[in-house]
Design a protein around this ligand. Structure first.
Ligand SMILES: C[S@@+](CC[C@H](N)C(=O)[O-])C[C@H]1O[C@@H](n2cnc3c(N)ncnc32)[C@H](O)[C@@H]1O
Length: 320
């Protein structure tokens, strides 16, 4: 049965919002948020959304809220909170940092809202955590019901890595772009950063690399964390293993054997193996993807500190 709550206006089904972490990868953050929650974040990184149950696995979606009350002004919001009936013992209230539409300080707003609740606060060890955020023309009062665990961070300590290894956070976000895939293939797995994230979320993952040293590195990394993915040494242009999705980081950059004909060959094979794919590359390769048989290619640039960029491509095969 769906949870019901009272607002000042009426009784309605639960509504949710997601708050995204600050990041320079704005477009990728928005894409992860849309795929995990069904909502696109506004300029403050807040999205009205359908669900927040997947927030714990997110790379960039920080907090999931159940929305409890709203108002077009702080006074209206305070009145709505006063009228709404929800448990709030030992509460804490925070104002989302970019809420600019509150008159006066965030602290004053917090005090007014706290006074509207017939419960005692506990800032140190709250049982109920509330957040005030702005979406469209409303100020919303929501309760925190989920948060990202950042459990991908433990993979930052993987024993084997190279200068081309992806960060665990970016790898997590890439896998989240193909949720709810049950099986994932990484045909250029390198040290296995993507496989680690997939496996940790209970997704069956297969890795391939034509470099035996990379295959050994991936196996060592997987073993370190107790994961049991299958990894084989093969040329990605000839493999036959299918999956719900491909998530991979094709060879690019001076240190890798990046050759247009090899990459095009990997894409042509990939389109046969999975209906949806995420390809990371050093340049945009929309035309190559379309030539290989993909459509609906969307590109998210991901900027690195040194000023260079990677490009995350999400593509679907034409004949799905
Ligand atoms: C950018 S690296 C992948 C890095 C990886 N995501 C990580 O985090 O370690 C690309 C990898 O593709 C592999 N590769 C290049 N061409 C390949 C091919 N035709 N078949 C299989 N692997 C290939 C390279 O050996 C390299 O390990």
């Amino acid at each position: 049965m769906e949870t019901l709550y009272q607002t000042a206006e009426t009784t309605r089904k639960s509504e949710f919002a997601a708050i995204c972490a600050r990041s320079q990868h704005n477009a990728l953050v928005a894409a992860e948020c849309a795929n995990l929650t069904g909502g696109r974040p506004n300029g403050d990184g807040v999205a009205r959304c359908d669900t927040v149950v997947h927030v714990p696995r997110a790379a960039y979606v920080r907090t999931g809220l159940r929305l409890l009350a709203r108002g077009t002004t702080l006074d209206e919001l305070v009145a709505a909170v006063e009228e709404a009936a929800f448990p709030a013992d030992d509460f804490r209230i925070d104002v989302h940092s970019s809420v600019g539409s509150l008159d006066g300080t965030h602290r004053a707003a917090t005090i007014e809202l706290a006074d509207a609740l017939p419960f005692y606060p506990d800032l140190e060890d709250p049982r109920h955590r509330f957040v005030v955020c702005a979406i469209d023309d409303y100020l919303w009062f929501g309760e925190v019901v989920s948060e990202y665990t950042q459990d991908y961070r433990r993979h930052d300590d993987k024993p084997r890595r190279t200068s081309s290894s992806l960060s665990s956070r970016l790898s997590r976000a890439l896998v989240n772009l193909v949720t709810p895939a049950q099986t994932i293939l990484d045909p250029c797995c390198g040290t296995g950063s993507i496989l680690l994230e997939a496996q940790s979320m209970g997704i069956e993952a297969y890795g391939v690399d034509w470099n035996r040293t990379m295959v050994e590195m991936t196996r060592e990394n997987l073993t370190q964390f107790g994961y049991d993915a299958s990894v084989e040494c093969a040329d990605a242009r000839t493999i036959t293993r299918t999956a719900d999705a491909i998530v991979t980081d094709v060879p690019y950059g001076r240190s890798l054997d990046a050759d247009e004909s090899v990459i095009r060959g990997i894409l042509r094979r990939g389109v046969e193996l999975a209906p949806v794919a995420v390809y990371v590359a050093g340049e945009t390769m929309t035309t190559w993807l379309e030539d290989a048989g993909y459509r609906d290619v969307v590109v998210y640039p991901v900027f690195k500190r040194a000023g260079s960029a990677r490009y995350v491509h999400v593509a679907r095969r034409e004949h799905v």
